[in-house]
Design a protein around this ligand. Structure first.
Ligand code: GUN
Length: 293
């Protein structure tokens, strides 16, 4: 059984980005810039934004953080997004989700300049992804692709079952994996909360990808012997033995499932680190499109 360690892959990607970022910044006299907008106090979102900032600093991307009150109006948020769209120091804009209920997330994502949409959430970029045109690939699905590539797992012809149909992970990942592309060409099944006989479907997977946000959801009986399991879930559960009062677990019951499979990602340390690495990749891509191409 192989553990698919995302931290090694992240390090390798960040090392190469650091070098590229330093060369380009010298050549063009300006560092790439990423704006991160955080609305409200969601603790997980705050933690993610902190990690994104740290990654930016470590590779030479200038980060601009906008922490906005949970009660901010849509108009104020629109003003913030529009000023970042105009700002030439900003190559990427990331609006951390989820947003408070009174703000229409779809409307906000559509206001981000598609050229700065390093999350790949703008419908124009999602459409490009669907038809196979070059675009920003959303960071978590793109991270899964990079993980498969690093560990020489070729999806071609394999049956990949994805549990979860979110716009952030399930849908774009299904599109990437079914595409006629390098790390792709799979037969993809997407399951969700209304799927009947879920374990019959998951048991057919050569590669099973869990992205539903439910701790320990995938159990041993749902997985085929020697399958590859990719756990995208990052769930906080209470843990009085930890100083933080919680611990992070995936969507997969790791300790029982790992005995049955040929490879599995841990949580933390699997897909999570790749999400950040791909955000940095996309930000540098945007910078290059602005200055180099
Ligand atoms: N919330 C959870 N994952 C993500 C992500 O990849 N990007 C943004 N903007 N918000 C998220």
């Amino acid at each position: 059984m192989k553990i698919l360690d995302g931290t090694i892959v992240k390090k390798e990607i960040l090392n190469s980005l650091t070098k590229e970022c330093s060369e380009l910044s010298q050549q063009y006299g300006i560092n790439p810039g990423l704006a991160v907008i955080l609305v409200g106090n969601n603790p997980a979102s705050k933690a993610y934004v902190g990690m994104k900032k740290k990654a930016c600093e470590s590779i030479g991307i200038k980060s601009f953080e906008y922490v906005l009150d949970a009660a901010i109006s849509e108009d104020e948020l629109i003003e913030c997004i529009e000023s970042l769209n105009q700002d030439s120091q900003i190559n990427g804009i990331l609006l951390q989700l989820p947003l408070p209920d009174h703000i229409d997330s779809d409307k906000m994502l559509q206001l981000i300049n598609p050229a700065k949409d390093v999350d790949g959430f703008h419908p124009q970029n999602v459409g490009k992804l669907l038809v196979g045109l070059p675009t920003y690939k959303s960071c978590t699905p793109y991270g899964v692709i990079k993980l498969l590539e690093y560990y020489h797992i070729d999806p071609t012809g394999k049956h990949i079952v994805i549990i979860g149909r979110s716009n952030i992970v399930g849908k774009p990942l299904a599109v990437m994996l079914m595409q006629n592309d390098k790390i792709a060409n799979a037969t993809v099944t997407v399951c969700h909360s209304r799927s009947r006989n879920l374990s019959d479907l998951t048991s057919q997977a050569d590669i099973l990808i869990a992205a539903i946000g439910k701790p320990y959801f995938v159990t041993e009986n749902m997985v085929k012997e020697d399958a590859i399991v990719i756990d995208v879930g990052i769930n906080r559960i209470d843990d009085s033995s930890s100083s933080k009062g919680y611990k992070l677990v995936g969507d997969v019951d790791y300790h029982t499932v790992k005995k049955k499979v040929s490879a599995i990602t841990p949580v933390p340390g699997g897909v999570g680190p790749l999400t950040i690495a791909m955000l940095m990749t996309n930000t540098l891509q945007s910078y290059k499109e602005y200055y180099v191409n």
